[in-house]
Design a protein around this ligand. Structure first.
Ligand SMILES: Cc1cc2nc3c(=O)[nH]c(=O)nc-3n(C[C@H](O)[C@H](O)[C@H](O)COP(=O)(O)OP(=O)(O)OC[C@H]3O[C@@H](n4cnc5c(N)ncnc54)[C@H](O)[C@@H]3O)c2cc1C
Ligand code: SF4
Ligand code: SF4
Ligand code: SF4
Length: 373
């Protein structure tokens, strides 16, 4: 029988264990419904390094925020292009302009990988939320190397990946030169979901140069700048994501869905903001600061910082209190998806009423009987 590095179906896919294994004995298996880091017993020499590095096998230090804001980048064009208020891109731009290196997620050749940027131009490619599990393979040793060479690194990514990085480089190496920013995260699906969804639409993900999941405040799949579906209508992938039914198993017991954070700064959407409708439409980010280092970075980056009521922000963003609750039709969704490889079928079978409502809306919008908003 094959053994796994951590408890079955609890793997986040952080890939830290792959990087510490000198025998190349670990492979991450993606069953669509769960990730598992599987050990090849023929190659394994039982050194225990993978078990020790795994975030699921020992607690990771987290901290309550010391200050909190809502706001946006002062670059108006960037604010419109970004998912929320463009704060991530503003931080990244400030960081590279001051000689630092940024590590974040990019869509390239059909894959969602982490990459490094040292110029303003390269940083722009990170912009936008990718609503799938990104792949951090290969970043850990590289970042540790930068830190040991006294270079400053800004990491922007999923909370479980930030936790893995912190553990890999060690608290001491992280202290001065590593700036950790995590996204508020309600869960993420395997990227095979979007590949399959696009295949159902006769699109090959490899042929897509630019893939966006959001057109600022509107959730919408955009391929090379063109909306895939009727504006104002949610396609099956987004219905599944927004209803939290297509995440990998581990996300429903996520260790990071709480107010205590593992990073210097946490960013997300400022849901429930009491600012004007005009500002909300333009995009507002929520920012939580756990360290003085994080607060200094936020203040220096020239971001518009406005007071926010933390209790209200948390009440509108449950991922700051508890993990997403697994929908009752979760198994049904994946049973149909794995059997038919058809996204519409799986969503129709598990989120029937929602699916039909969107079908009706699609017709009404096309006939201009209802507006797209
Ligand atoms: C899977 C997922 C679930 C989320 N759930 C919530 C939620 O429940 N509540 C909430 O308030 N916010 C959530 N967010 C965060 C939100 O969608 C925005 O990404 C965040 O507010 C940053 O917006 P921005 O305008 O500052 O970023 P931008 O300037 O648009 O930049 C986004 C930054 O995030 C990085 N990034 C995007 N996707 C990924 C990814 N998959 N893995 C690693 N890095 C990535 C980009 O590389 C870039 O650096 C989620 C994001 C993701 C990826
Ligand atoms: S115990 Fe050591 S050799 Fe075996 S898989 Fe883990 S890291 Fe690799
Ligand atoms: S959570 Fe990360 S370190 Fe742990 S088994 Fe999965 S990939 Fe490996
Ligand atoms: S919900 Fe938790 S485990 Fe899942 S992707 Fe987000 S941070 Fe990682």
């Amino acid at each position: 029988m094959q053994s796994t590095v951590c408890e079955l179906n609890k793997c986040t896919g952080c890939a830290a264990c792959l990087e510490v294994c000198s025998k190349n004995a670990i492979t991450i298996k993606d069953s669509l419904k769960a990730y598992n880091a599987v050990i090849d017993n023929e190659k394994c020499v039982s050194c225990n390094a993978c078990h020790k590095i795994c975030q699921n096998n020992s607690p990771i230090i987290s901290k309550k925020p010391e200050s909190w804001y809502q706001g946006w980048t002062k670059d108006k064009e960037q604010r419109l292009k970004s998912s929320s208020g463009g704060v991530a891109t503003a931080l990244a731009k400030y960081f590279v302009a001051n000689g630092g290196i940024v590590c974040s997620c990019i869509f390239r050749n059909g894959k969602f990988i982490y990459d490094f940027a040292e110029s303003l131009e390269d940083v722009e490619h990170f912009s936008g939320s990718k609503y799938v599990k990104s792949n951090p393979t290969g970043i850990y040793k590289k970042i540790k190397g930068y830190l040991l060479n006294n270079k400053k690194v800004l990491f922007i990514g999923l909370p479980c990946h930030a936790a893995a990085l912190k553990k890999f480089v060690g608290e001491k190496n992280a202290e001065e030169n590593l700036y950790l920013v995590d996204l508020i995260c309600h869960g993420s699906p395997s990227p095979r979901n979007i590949t399959m969804f696009l295949e159902n639409k006769d699109r090959n993900i490899i042929d897509v140069k630019h893939l966006a999941f959001r057109d600022n405040n509107n959730y919408r799949i955009m391929l090379n700048g063109q909306g895939l579906d009727t504006p104002g209508v949610y396609d099956s992938f987004l219905l599944a994501f927004l209803n939290g039914i297509n995440f990998t198993e581990n996300c429903y017991s996520c260790n990071y869905a709480k107010i205590e954070r593992v990073t210097d700064i946490t960013i997300g959407d400022s849901w429930g903001s009491r600012l004007s409708a005009e500002e909300i439409k333009a995009g507002i980010s929520l920012m939580l600061c756990q360290t003085e280092k994080g607060l200094n970075l936020l203040e220096d980056s020239g971001i518009e910082l406005i007071d926010v009521n933390l209790d209200n922000a948390v009440a509108h963003n449950h991922q700051l209190e508890h993990p997403y609750i697994k929908p009752t039709k979760y198994d049904k969704f994946f049973n149909v998806l794995l059997k038919t490889s058809n996204y519409d079928n799986a969503v129709k079978a598990s989120l029937t009423r929602t699916y039909i409502n969107q079908q009706i809306k699609r017709i009404l919008v096309k006939l201009k009987i209802v507006s797209k908003n």
